[in-house]
Design a protein around this ligand. Structure first.
Ligand code: CA2
Length: 151
């Protein structure tokens, strides 16, 4: 049987990981995040499509493309979490399980980071656990997909 596909989508500035602000985001780079996801996917026997963009429109288009193609979405929307109703609408329209990931604990930071529009479309949210949060998100989504398949 073909393994289920999970999209792992990353928003603006996540390509800068590891280059600055290690006190907030750790020392891992975006390549390290991808490695964490690849290793988790191998362990869980799922396929992943790992991407990063700085553009809101591109992120919305990628979310739209997931419909009918992927079984779930792991998304770190970066700062668009706090601003983008377009991204929220796109995620709601996919009808897919979504796990929102933040590397930092957004609730311990500036007030404007404490609210995420995206969370309204998320099955669950993982934040503050560093890049290992991506592996946890993939584990949770795989579980959710297996539950759906048993129904
Ligand atoms: O904690 C997270 O994962 C965030 O989604 C990261 C975003 C931030 O806007 C969110 O509030 C929380 C920022 C992405 C990384 O930005 C960097 C900028 C400069 C250097 C390193 C990373």
């Amino acid at each position: 049987m073909t393994p289920p596909l999970i999209a792992v989508l990353n928003g603006p500035n996540l390509n800068m990981l590891g280059l600055r602000q290690p006190d907030i985001y750790g020392r891992g780079t975006l390549d390290d995040v991808e490695q964490v996801c690849v290793q988790a996917a191998e362990r869980l026997d799922v396929a992943i499509d790992f991407r990063q963009t700085n553009g809101e429109g591109e992120l919305v288009s990628w979310v739209q493309e997931c419909r009918g193609r992927a079984r779930g979405i792991v998304i770190n929307p970066g700062a668009y979490s706090h601003t983008s109703i377009a991204l929220l609408d796109a995620l709601l329209a996919t009808d897919l399980p979504v796990v929102e990931v933040h590397i930092s604990n957004i609730h311990r930071r500036e007030e404007f980071r404490r609210h995420s529009f995206v969370s309204q479309a998320a099955t669950g949210v993982i934040c503050g656990l560093g890049i290992r949060g991506y592996a946890m998100a993939l584990t949770a989504l795989t579980d959710i997909i297996m539950d759906e398949d048993e129904r």
